[in-house]
Design a protein around this ligand. Sequence first.
Ligand SMILES: [Zn+2]
Length: 141
Amino acid sequence: MIIWGIRKHSIYSDIDHSIQCPHCSDKEEGVELEVSRKHLRIFWIPTLAFRKKLSLRCLNCGSKIKVQSLRDSEQVRLINLKGRHRAPLWQFSGLFVVAIFIAIMIPVIQNSNAADLEKIKHPEMGYYLRYRVPGGGYSSY
Ligand SMILES: [Zn+2]
């Protein structure tokens, strides 16, 4: 059984006083900006980051603001802001664990195959070797 889940992590947050709320038209309290990214966790280890999201919330009325409802120049600035903030490396910790596991296991498997090949080339008394012969049958010696 694999235990997995999805978590959201805030990458960047700030309060912007240049954006006017389309709901209450307030500009003084400001708008809270948050860039967040979700990541997949396998056995509580963050493994893969995906779906970066920019969310805006008015600090005066508390409503969420859609980026599409803002002026074009503000949209471009916010999209660039979102693009500048990347997921932290710890959100890929699980991939590093898998890579280290594979790096450790490759020599172990290669040594195991070499040992098996050596046993086939130089069988000792009592070894039982079974192999497939052309035509689909099995043979042993
Ligand atoms: Zn507002």
